[in-house]
Design a protein around this ligand. Structure first.
Ligand code: NAG
Length: 306
């Protein structure tokens, strides 16, 4: 996981910072990525750089932060920010458009006498504490706990290989899984925006799901429920390019591979709330970049360098 983040930091290093809170840059040497419940302590050695504690749990858990000690004076720009999600170079995951909480409420900043007295619970399996503690010896202690989330929506996946099912549970929400690797995707099962029709059988009236098969370019066709496979170099899914989008009902695993040669890849399920959508995907690390569906410019550069 740590390499993944370093990878990401390199990829994102050229992006412009448009975020006016404290923001992490690739040249910060104090980036910590943790995937375990524990008590983490930071004590400053007197540097002014911005550090980040990136926490990730399994997809069906939320992250809880509780401060046990807090000694960050506001002098010299000392500041600590608790972020609901991840932030890097001004981009957030989950994307600001898809998050139920507005951007300016996604992070809460503290220093001096304003201590974080309550515990924080993130809306998904990732959370972040960004901090700048210029006064030597000052710092904080935070307890990280994972809390079960029975209906995960936005998620960062730690493993670049696996199978995952995205669902909207009948709600009007957009859910994205993000994998910080170039990936190859295959659709194993799809039920997105499908039409149910009533059977004419009067003796046994029931709703029948019509198996439409996988339909491509659903967005263009005006479908409001669809899945899109994305690729990009930043965290925000809205700033990523679309490799393919589709909808329909298909219970037969599709052989077609969608290959995304980008530093960050994502699958986004857009739901209006009129359908109970689900999509199951198999994904694997994209090693062979011969003819990808989507190729990010930065990926091309990194291939050229190697
Ligand atoms: C989901 O995404 C669509 C398309 O980007 C957007 O029109 C819609 O407002 C979003 N829904 C929610 C609940 O954010």
């Amino acid at each position: 996981m740590f390499h993944q983040i370093l990878n990401l930091l390199t990829f994102f290093s050229t992006l412009i910072n448009s975020y006016n809170g404290i923001s992490l840059h690739h040249n910060s040497e104090c980036v910590y990525v943790k995937s375990e419940e524990d008590t983490y302590r930071f004590q400053s050695e007197g540097y002014r750089n911005i550090c980040g504690l990136y926490v990730i749990s399994d997809p069906d858990y939320l992250v809880e932060f509780e401060f046990e000690e807090f000694d960050v004076s506001c002098a010299n720009g000392g500041l600590l920010s608790v972020v609901d999600g991840w932030e890097l170079n001004g981009q957030f995951f989950p994307g600001t458009e898809d998050h139920l909480i507005p951007r300016n409420q996604r992070y809460q900043e503290y220093c001096g006498l304003h201590k974080p007295w309550k515990s924080f619970r993130t809306s998904q399996n990732v959370g972040l504490i960004e901090f700048r503690v210029p006064v030597r010896g000052q710092g904080f202690t935070v307890r990280v706990k994972f809390v079960r989330n029975p209906k995960p929506c936005n998620t960062v996946l730690q493993n670049p290989q696996g199978v995952y099912t995205l669902r909207n549970y009948g709600q009007s929400i957009n859910c994205t899984i993000s994998i910080i690797f170039p990936e190859s995707f295959r659709i194993l099962a799809l039920n997105v925006g499908s039409q149910s029709t009533r059977t004419d059988d009067l003796m046994a009236p029931q709703m029948l799901e019509v198996e439409t098969g996988l339909i491509k370019k659903c967005k263009e066709r005006g479908q409001r429920d669809y899945v899109e496979i994305l690729g990009g170099d930043g965290l925000d899914p809205h700033l990523m390019a679309v490799a393919e989008d589709f909808c329909g009902t298909d219970s037969i695993p599709n052989k077609h591979k969608i290959e995304v040669a980008c530093g960050n890849t994502a699958v986004r399920l857009v739901s209006t709330g009129t359908h109970d959508n689900s999509v199951t995907l198999a994904f694997d690390l994209l090693l062979d970049i011969d003819s990808p569906t989507l190729l990010c410019p930065q990926m091309l550069e990194s291939i050229a360098i190697n």
